[in-house]
Design a protein around this ligand. Structure first.
Ligand SMILES: Cc1cc2nc3c(=O)[nH]c(=O)nc-3n(C[C@H](O)[C@H](O)[C@H](O)COP(=O)(O)OP(=O)(O)OC[C@H]3O[C@@H](n4cnc5c(N)ncnc54)[C@H](O)[C@@H]3O)c2cc1C
Length: 395
């Protein structure tokens, strides 16, 4: 795509690219099929080839220096037309903004092109067995070596670690520290000797997540972002970038899914009493979708104005994930016995299989990026002023 900095010019240009590109993409990966790793890798490549993953980066890093509202509009456009999430979205939405804000000149020079051009996939190495909600209790440790650090530890739930070339990880570099002090934000080469990724099979039958083992992995000193011991501050800032645009495509998808539930309701063979019950449940889902839409607009408005989502991010996460489970459960029930097929079914059962797959997948959404209980704790403490939960450092 050619460079354009004018609104609505950018969106016009983006639409002109998106619609024909998606049409031919869908020949290869039809809409109701599983958005598999191959599908998401291909979509990432198409976005990178069209220079569409560095929209807000400054021109000095070959970005297009567009305003955040263009980025938001592009995400919404892609979601409205049912585009999949690109495989490297973690790098686009979390790591790139982090490097742009906290990285050294040589870190930016080394790592940003690989993200922009789609040559290097990243994964996020935060969670560990025993350090998920209580992320500040991370035990993976870095010990000083001649030219940097030797890393030893065990991460878990690391999305696409088996595909990733690099991992940004939280590592305890001060052995005497507890909680969020003494952690560093490290960029770890997944091809370095001593790194092992072991995939975990999930409910849907796929294996997108991994346990990752680090055994005496050498990490050069220049691969720490920010100062040694400053990892918590950087990880928390990184989480704020993600919350900004993470939910918008997902809320658009939720709205499509609500329409699908309504269509299934229209065609379902139900007894009179059942019809009233489902009509009531659908109305509740519709009301929650509307509230979720208002909330996402509130968050987007703040992000577009250069602010962070703050507490609204926690409210939105809770609303979106629980409403989505509600809508997909309705779909599954209304699809009736046709939804007994497995998540991998194809042909005439492809649509039912996609409902089953989304139902199974949606179980994870009240866990990933902070569980519902943790979001409720945050809301209770920060918004309602209830006493702080001392059993947890933060998330
Ligand atoms: C789909 C998916 C993708 C993920 N991808 C990544 C990734 O790429 N990188 C990464 O680092 N991590 C990833 N995670 C991990 C995710 O961040 C953690 O699963 C999450 O933070 C919860 O941690 P945990 O699994 O250790 O559960 P725990 O923290 O052990 O929680 C277990 C249960 O106890 C509850 N609980 C815990 N503490 C409290 C409390 N103080 N008050 C009330 N209830 C509490 C929780 O809500 C939960 O129900 C992913 C998870 C999922 C599901």
């Amino acid at each position: 795509m050619t460079q354009s900095t004018q609104e609505p010019g950018f969106l016009g240009e983006a639409s002109a690219w998106l619609l024909p590109t998606l049409a031919s993409f869908r020949q290869e990966f039809p809409a109701h099929t599983n958005p598999s790793q191959a599908c998401r890798i291909r979509w990432n490549t198409l976005l990178c080839d069209a220079n569409l993953v560095s929209l807000t980066w400054p021109a000095e890093h070959s970005g297009r220096a567009l305003p955040t509202r263009d980025l938001i509009a592009f995400h919404e456009l892609c979601a409205r037309h049912g585009a999949p999430q690109p495989i490297n979205s973690i790098a686009h939405s979390i790591l790139a903004p982090t490097l742009l804000q906290f990285g050294t000149a040589s870190q930016k020079e080394r790592f940003l092109p690989g993200i922009r051009l789609g040559a290097e996939i990243w994964c996020q190495g935060y969670s560990e067995p025993g350090s998920g909600s209580d992320l500040a209790s991370v035990r993976t440790r870095g010990t000083p070596s001649a030219d940097g650090w030797l890393v030893n530890g065990h991460k878990i739930w690391t999305t696409q670690a088996h595909l990733a070339r690099w991992c940004f990880a939280l590592v305890r570099t001060d052995p005497d520290s507890v909680g969020h002090r003494g952690l560093s934000f490290m960029l770890i080469d997944m091809r370095a000797p001593g790194v092992r990724a072991s995939p975990i099979r999930q409910l849907t039958g796929e294996a997108d997540y991994n346990e990752v083992f680090f055994e005496n992995v050498a990490v050069p000193a220049e691969n720490i972002v920010g100062d040694v011991g400053e990892g918590w501050r950087i990880a928390m800032a990184a989480a704020e970038y993600e919350r900004g645009v993470y939910f918008l495509p997902r809320v658009v998808q939720l709205e499509h899914e609500l329409q699908r539930a309504q269509a299934l309701f229209e065609h379902a063979e139900l007894l009179a009493g059942e019809r009233d019950v489902y009509a009531h449940r659908l109305q509740e889902a519709q009301d929650r979708c509307q509230v979720t839409r208002w909330r996402v607009e509130q968050v987007i408005g703040r992000v577009a104005a250069g602010d962070t989502p703050g507490i609204d991010g926690a409210i939105l996460k809770l609303l979106w994930s629980e409403t989505r489970q509600m809508v997909i459960e309705l779909q599954l029930e209304l699809a009736g016995e046709r939804a007994v097929v497995g998540p991998e079914a194809t042909g005439e059962y492809a649509e039912q299989a996609s409902i089953v797959r989304e139902f199974l997948w949606s179980r994870a959404e009240t866990i990933v990026a902070g569980t519902s209980e943790i979001q409720r704790n945050i809301i209770a403490e920060r918004l309602l002023g209830l006493p702080k939960d001392k059993s947890i450092h933060a998330n």
